[in-house]
Write a protein of this length. Structure first.
Length: 102
């Protein structure tokens, strides 16, 4: 079995689509049925839900942690509902020990 690693030299918006395409390629012929992805504002989650819509993949979306500096999480509550209605999961939590000292 051959595996490859892809590194991006620049931060660009189209890296997301490339990453999704690479994930789709890895899914083919595998038993993988779930993808975990980070999405601070929901933009990546929304793009992933559209991109993988017909692939039979369940997304496990991890938004940015709740913290003590913002009054609200930047991930839209209505997107949480939409993703769950589509059969995906959205998991909000905090990073243990990351907020130490606040």
């Amino acid at each position: 079995m051959d595996r490859k690693i892809t590194y991006f030299e620049d931060l660009r918006d189209d890296n997301t689509e490339t990453t999704f395409s690479l994930a789709r390629e890895r899914l083919k012929g595998s038993a993988i049925k779930k993808l975990v992805l980070a999405s601070t504002t929901g933009a990546t989650a929304e793009r992933a839900a559209e991109f993988f819509r017909d692939d039979g993949v369940k997304l496990i979306v991890i938004p940015h942690q709740f913290d003590f500096k913002r009054e609200a999480n930047p991930f839209p509550p209505d997107l949480t509902v939409k993703l769950k209605q589509m059969g995906h999961e959205v998991h909000f939590s905090t990073m243990l020990f990351h907020t130490d000292g606040f």
